[in-house]
Design a protein around this ligand. Sequence first.
Ligand code: ADP
Ligand code: MG
Ligand code: MG
Length: 373
Amino acid sequence: YPEHLWMKPAAAYHFPLDGAPVSIGLYGEGHINTTYLVTTTSGKRYILQKIKDTVFDVPPLMENIERVIRLAQKNAKKQADETGKMQIGSLNLIDDLDGCSYYRDETGYYRVYDYVEGTICLQAPESNDDFYQSAAAFGAFQKLMQNFPVEELHESIPDFHNTVNRYRIFRETVSRDPLGRAAGVSEEIRFALDREKGAGELCRLRQNGTLPLRVTHNDTKLNNVLLDEKTRKARCVIDLDTVMPGLAAYDFGDAIRFGAATAAEDERNLSRMTLDLERFRIFTRGYLEYGPDFSEKEIETFPLGAIIMTLECGVRFLTDYLDGDRYFAIRRDGQNLDRARTQFKLVSEMEKHLDEMRRIVREEEDRRNSQKR
Ligand code: ADP
Ligand code: MG
Ligand code: MG
């Protein structure tokens, strides 16, 4: 068995838990970290995570998370005081016995969160309202981060949404063609290259200051939101590893890429892959209702964000296919190519529906503005 399936991490004993651990078991369906549920003699529960340190430089990453959580807790309290009702809240991180936000031993890096009781975590929405709640959660997260000094945030994955750079790597991989796979996918390569110029638009708007830098989550999937098990309303956003400076259009776009797609990322029957405009509308609504006062320009870039995030993702899958599947794990041959194809199909669908996406965003913006008045 792999180590993590039988090892009960001793790290749990290095955090000031309420009571002694009575059970430590693997928990959840996360793919990045190794997550354990810890129950103590007092009955209190905690989430213990072994942080994936092969992908992340842990100390700066944890500094990001500490600061994000501190501000989220402060602003959530302020918003609750102002409105007199509980808003979407934040995770609580527990420092280790030395007062550090993570503990390191010879097996790796660990952190502990309070387990958020009375919540559920869904892998896929069971209704439109579940999807709406994820939009509310990520919008609210954006609002909680409004006055964060974003230039002080570390880039936990450098150039994460630097689409221009992603394309540079793509072209370099095409010309290197280490496995001779390029000839078989010339159509896909063409599709990507035809769109290279437009794909750099968000980068340009970020660089020339047209769009404000925000604290972005960068993994805006429903399974990174905890919903109240009774009311099914969003309680908080989790999985803050990829929190970085970025654009609202990244978080919005990636949520649409994943959540408003009608087929799985590796679906082989491409006719199944289209854009669900109803889902698109629902996410837009929740994101605008719960989000900060995004600028007109920012809101205008949301449909573009959906296209660029999807295109960038497809380009990354195709790059990895050409490069011999070294980054994205595959369970069958050609899976990364299938993934690239679904993303490109979705890009085509989004291009076809661009006017509708724009109209929906405008309608939802008007709707929000009239509610505020
Ligand atoms: P990964 O990066 O591996 O996806 P996550 O931080 O998303 O890691 O955690 C994995 C799973 O653990 C989540 O999908 C959720 O089910 C559960 N989880 C994480 N943190 C908490 C928490 N504080 N309270 C309750 N459940 C949690
Ligand atoms: Mg997760
Ligand atoms: Mg994660």
